[in-house]
Design a protein around this ligand. Structure first.
Ligand code: T3D
Length: 257
């Protein structure tokens, strides 16, 4: 099983599970990951998603043995059928996607992490835009997210040089949300995911949609997006519950509706 998938306390947990090859992606794992993300998208019991890796790595990107195998998928199919749908799903699922980067994240593995909403990393982790070292260009949304996260100049340098970026440096650059002790990474990431799973899911989903659109909108268009989505958020049961709980000085119980 190249992907482990479980649900607990409203969190869908997806674990890359090819530790012998540092959880690098073959076709089977890419399609299983898409299936798990699709399940998270449609299952209303799942209100937050956590992605992590088994063993000492998060993900070393494309399985290079499969990439050059004569009977393996063509490079264009790998990008079009494996990575593009994964990145689109991560951004389109209107629920928080938390990434717990437990070990090295290289190539597509690094860029899948960067597409997530909140990224935690263990202190010993490093991020590598490994593509240039094998003559490829960064895919899996890397050329979209990295310059927006850390700026054009640094992103260009990291992508051309293929530097190993330590977790603390990734944090300082604004690439990730938080660095944890390695031993604390999973408990802290799960606690965050479980907290989010109890929050107003529709409001969080609309926040994600607004942030997605802010990547290319001008201010005028973005203000219209906020008006439209705030109106929709105001019609949710969770908004009603949140305001009533505040006024009644009690803990709100959000149902994601
Ligand atoms: O067709 C296409 O390729 C298009 C798609 C592109 C998307 C991409 O992701 S391209 C980028 C692909 N990834 C890489 O180039 C990274 C390759 N891996 C590494 O540079 C290093 O493994 C790491 C820096 C990530 C970790 O180094 P280290 O020293 O901690 O571990 P290691 O000894 O290199 O690897 C351990 C094992 O995992 C080893 O196997 P062995 O010797 O124990 O049998 C190694 O071959 C295997 N492994 C690591 N990465 C991959 C891999 N096997 C296949 N594919 C990998 N990407």
């Amino acid at each position: 099983m190249s992907i482990k998938f479980s649900t607990e306390n409203g969190v869908g947990r997806i674990t890359f599970n090819r530790p012998d090859v540092l959880n690098s992606f073959n076709r089977e794992m890419a399609l299983a990951f898409q299936d798990a993300l699709n399940e998270c998208k449609k299952n209303n019991e799942i209100r937050a998603i956590l992605i992590t890796g088994e063993g000492r790595a998060f993900c070393a990107g494309q399985d290079l043995a499969e990439a050059i195998a004569t009977d393996g998928p063509a490079l264009q199919s790998i990008v079009r059928e494996h990575y593009n749908p994964i990145i689109t799903l991560i951004r389109e699922i209107e629920k928080p996607v938390i990434c717990a980067v437990n070990g090295v994240a290289a190539g597509a593995g690094a860029n899948i992490a960067l597409a997530c909403d909140i990224i935690f990393a263990g202190e010993s982790v490093s991020f590598i835009q490994a593509f240039s070292k094998i003559g490829l260009i960064p895919d899996s949304g890397g050329t979209y997210f990295l310059p927006r996260l850390i700026g054009f100049q640094k992103a260009t340098a990291l992508m051309m040089l293929g530097d190993k970026v330590k977790a603390a440096d990734a944090l300082a650059m604004g690439m990730i949300y938080k660095v944890c002790d390695d031993s604390n990474l999973l408990p802290e990431s799960i606690a965050c995911a479980e907290k989010l799973a109890k929050m107003p899911t529709k409001g969080l989903g609309y926040t994600k949609r607004a942030l997605n659109q802010s990547m290319f909108n001008n201010l005028e268009d973005q203000l219209k997006v906020e008006e439209e989505l705030q109106t929709a958020a105001g019609k949710t049961l969770d908004y009603n519950e949140g305001v009533n709980a505040f006024l009644q000085k009690r803990e709100a119980i959000f149902k994601g509706e």
